[in-house]
Each structure stands twice: as C-alpha cells, then as structure tokens.
Write a protein that binds this ligand. Structure first.
Ligand code: GRF
Length: 215
C-alpha cells in the first residue's frame, strides 16, 4: 500500500476525490497526513471526517521559505510518506522538499500545460478564448507548473464561458485524472526519463479528439 501525504490550502475537493477512490477500494493507498498552510482550509474538515491526521504549519513562523519546506519534508518523512500530493496547495515548492522527494511529488493544474501556468488557469483560458482547455497532472520540479507531465484531459471551451463555468467543467475531470495518476504510480507503472513520463501498458491508439464545437 502506498503512503500518501497531501498538501492543500483551501477547499480540498481534489483531496476528497482521492479519499473517495481509496474508500471505494479503487486505489491501493493510505493518506497518512494532510498538511495545510491555511488554518481555515475546508480540507481540514474533510480530514477530520475521514480520521486523517492534519497539521497546520504557518509559513510566517519560519525564518525562510526553505526552512518552511524543510519542516514539511521532515514531517512527511517522519510518517513514511512515499508520494506527496499537492491538492490545491497555493505555493511554489522549494528545493528542500523537492530534494527529499525527487519525482515523488504530484500536482494538478487546471489548464493544459504549458499553456496558462500559475494562478487562475481557467480564467486565463476563458479570457484568451481558446477552444479547448483542460487539466494536467505532473510531477513537481522547482519551476511553476513546469515538471514532467503524467496525464492531461481536455474539455471544450465556449466563447460564453466564464471563469466559473469553465472551472466547473474542468474540475469534474480533475477529480478523475488525479486519482488515476496516483493509481498508475501506486501500481508501479510510471517511470520518468528527463521530462518524459512513460506509462507501462499504455498504448497510444490511432485516434484524435475533435472539439465538439467544430462538429
Ligand atoms: C484546483 O482547480 C486545482 O487544479 C488547483 O487548485 C484547485 C484546488 O481545488 N491546483 P480543490 O481545493 O481541490 O477543491
């Protein structure tokens, strides 16, 4: 069984989707710790409800960002965490945590990277009026949303979409592909070579995706 540590800052709906997959017996993993950088994060309520240990760390209590991330790494290591999940964790991860968990930290981003990195990926996509957007699960490196891509999923975008309507459409897919990426990892099917992630047993079919708006 894979030991997970989850880092979150807010609502925690992605955290919930992982809890649900584990409880349904579809993901062979156990969440050993939820760490939050925000004492009001709703994710804490979810942890309590499912008897998952939670820990609030205030970044302002640390001399530097590196010290804050070193503390997170120490807390995760102390609990035997094997994979770290960033589920709406609103900070750029620093070296002490990345070095402690090389290619063992996953993040979900609400856009098709490398388009629209950073904050408000859905708003950026709606404002740009792209035809397709989506979400990306990737391993985390020191950049902002730049690490090796594991899974992406796409949704159509309408010119009438707002940040809210597009976010809702993308979120449904987030809740599918994040647990799926963790499952692939838990099953030992992922390997990383530079920025290429290979998925064992995953065959590219001779298919293409047509944006429904164009049909
Ligand atoms: C999601 O849109 C995720 O892609 C982004 O932050 C949001 C977190 O939502 N990284 P939630 O807290 O999981 O509900």
């Amino acid at each position: 069984m894979l030991n997970l540590g989850v880092l979150a800052s807010g609502r925690g709906s992605n955290f919930q989707s992982i809890i649900d997959e584990i409880e349904a017996g579809r993901l062979n993993a156990s969440i050993k710790l939820l760490m939050v950088d925000n004492p009001n994060a709703y994710a804490i309520e979810r942890a309590k409800k499912h008897s998952i240990e939670h820990l609030y760390l205030n970044p302002n209590d640390f001399k530097s960002k590196d010290d804050f991330f070193k503390k997170i790494a120490d807390e995760l290591k102390a609990r035997g965490i094997e994979l770290v999940i960033l589920a709406g964790f609103m900070r750029i991860v620093r070296k002490p945590l990345i070095d402690a968990f090389p290619n063992k930290i996953m993040n979900i981003h609400p856009a098709l990277l490398p388009s629209f990195p950073g904050l408000h990926g859905q708003k950026q996509a709606a404002d740009y009026s792209v035809r397709i957007s989506g979400c990306t699960v990737h391993f985390v490196d020191e950049g902002m949303d730049t690490g090796p891509i594991i899974i992406q999923a796409a949704v159509p975008v309408s010119p009438d979409d707002t940040e809210e309507t597009l976010s809702d459409r993308i979120l449904k897919l987030e809740h599918m592909i994040f647990p799926e990426a963790i499952r692939l990892y838990a099953d030992g099917r992922l390997s990383v070579e530079g920025r290429v992630v290979r998925i064992k047993g995953y065959e590219l079919k001779d298919e293409y995706i047509v944006n429904p708006i164009l049909r």
